[in-house]
Design a protein around this ligand. Sequence first.
Ligand code: RIB
Ligand code: CA
Length: 312
Amino acid sequence: MPNPIPVILDCDPGHDDALAITLALARPELDVLGITTVGGNSGLANTTYNALRILALLGRPDIPVAAGSDHPLTRKLETAPEVHGESGLDGADLPEPISEARPEHAVEFLRATLSAATEPVTLIPTGPLTNIGLLLRTYPELTARIGHICLMGGAMRAGNWTPAAEFNIWVDPEAARIVFNCGVPVTMIGLDVTHQALMGLPEVDRLRALGTRPGTVFADLLHFFTRFHLERYGSADTPIHDAVAVAHVAIPGLVRTERYHVDVECTGEITRGRTVVDDRGQPGLAPNVDVALGIDRDAFSELMIAAVASFA
Ligand code: RIB
Ligand code: CA
C-alpha cells in the first residue's frame, strides 16, 4: 500500500462533519494530521466542543484540534440550528471531551503543520471556508505546501440554503472565492453528488445493530439528521455531504468528476454564494476545478457503515 495521504480536516460539526471525521480516521489511506474548526452549522465554541466529543467517542484524543474563525471574513455568522440543533450536534448521548483544543488559532496550526510536513498536505474543508481563505490570504506562499483542496460546498444547479446557494459557500462567499482561485488543485464536492450519497432509516438500524457505543451514537445522530430532511424534502434519505469529500480523497475513482471553470458570486442580492459553474467551455474561462457529479449510493453507505463499525 502506498504511504497514507497526509490530510487536515477543516469542519463545523455538524452531523455529516462527524461522519466525515469518522471516515477519515477509519481509512488506512489517510493520515489525519489534525482537525481545525470553524463557525458554521453552529458557533465556533460548539463546533470545537463537538469535534473534541467525536474524538473522545472514537478513542482518538491524540488528534490535534485547533479552533479557527468564529465569523466569516466580512459578514456576520449565520448558523443552521434547524438542521443540526442548538448544539450543532443534537440527538445523541456523546461523551465529554478527553482532550483540549490547542491554544493557537487554526490558521497558525495550519501554517505550522503545512510548513513542517515532509510532503504536500491535502486539505478537506467541510464547513464555511473562512479558515482556508484566511490561510491563503495571509500566507500565499503556502500554496506550494498544499497538494489538493477537496471541499464540500457549492452546486452546479440549485442551492440548499437559498435557491441559488449551498450553505458552506453562502456563509462565506468571499473566502470561497479566494479558495477557488488560489491555484491549488481544487475538487468541489457539491450538492450534485452529495444528494446521491444518502443514508436513511435502514442505515440507522444497521448502525444500531453494531451494538457498540459509536454505532449507537451514530444511529441516534443519523436519525436526528434524517428528521430535518424528512420535513424539508419528504424523505428520510439524507445526504451525508461532508463524508463524500473524505471518501473522494481516500478512494480514487469512487466519485466521478468533470473539470469546469468555477467562480463564486459575492455581491448578488439573491445570488450571494452561488458557485457559477461553466460546463459549456465559455471562451476565456479556463477550467480550474474538478466538479463532483456522481457516486454509487450503495458503495458509499457500505463505506460509512464499515467506518463506524471499525471503532469499538
Ligand atoms: O450544505 C451542506 C453543508 O453545510 C455541510 O457541510 C453541512 O455540514 C453544512 O456545513
Ligand atoms: Ca459541514
